[in-house]
Design a protein around this ligand. Structure first.
Ligand SMILES: O=C(O)CCC(=O)C(=O)O
Ligand SMILES: [Fe+2]
Length: 218
């Protein structure tokens, strides 16, 4: 079975899949998570120097928006820009490859979605869920694809049938080295609901948890 056929079932049934053998170095993934943790461990006044700007880029104290790759954070977190930018561009490349597999799985040309990427809007979000305090409420993501890198702590849950009563929430186990990829609302619309953008949330489990999500909101 070809890789693109292999993707069909998870895309239709759940909208989430693990991505392994993706070619991104484990060392780089580990560095990204370590820098994320190091950043969030900084005193609040250091992080507040990078408070989010009008484009919602920068540090957000309470679970709102994103950290900025444009504003250098080199002085507060050594190696930040080099590692994060490398990671950003590698995952960007991966995003194009997965988008072309998705096109193939829909029996479209592999470059079918490329014309939609002329003005990409991509957000990379290092996230910190604090012990016993903050999770993320139920939501689906609104763009195209998310690539999620998490530390060893689980917490992500998905709900395959959002209208079911009661809702059933399934834990998504973390797999070392794998990305958790999920399809977003725009892709659900582009496929007339064939592919799923699944409701998900993060529950806190009494430990700090760090993850880095990267959205293609093209
Ligand atoms: O941190 C996670 O496991 C999920 C993050 C997420 O849902 C998001 O960034 O949209
Ligand atoms: Fe999400």
């Amino acid at each position: 079975m070809s890789l693109s056929n292999f993707m069909l079932q998870p895309c239709i049934e759940v909208g989430f899949f693990y991505l392994i053998n993706h070619g991104i170095d484990q060392k780089l993934m580990d560095e990204v998570l370590a820098l994320t943790k190091r950043f969030f461990d900084l005193p609040t006044e250091e992080k507040t120097k990078l408070i989010f700007d009008k484009n919602h880029r920068g540090y957000t104290p309470m679970a709102k928006e994103i950290l900025d790759l444009e504003n250098s954070t080199e002085e507060v977190s050594p190696g930040w820009r080099t590692v994060m930018e490398k990671y950003y561009f590698e995952v960007l490349k991966l995003g194009h490859r997965i988008a072309s597999l998705i096109a193939l799985s829909l029996e479209l040309r592999p470059d079918y979605f490329e014309k939609m990427f002329t003005v990409p809007m991509v957000a990379m979000r290092p996230l910190h869920y604090a012990e016993g305090k903050f999770g993320s409420g139920a939501h689906s993501d609104y763009g195209l694809l998310t690539f999620l890198l998490t530390d060893d702590n689980s917490g992500l849950q998905i709900c395959k049938e959002k209208d079911a009563k009661p809702q059933e929430w399934l834990d998504v186990a973390q797999r070392k080295g794998a990305f958790i990829v999920n399809l977003e609302d725009m892709l659900e619309r582009w496929t007339n609901g064939l592919y799923r953008s699944t409701l998900h949330r993060v529950v806190t489990k009494g430990v700090d948890r760090y993850s880095v999500s990267r959205w293609d909101n093209d």
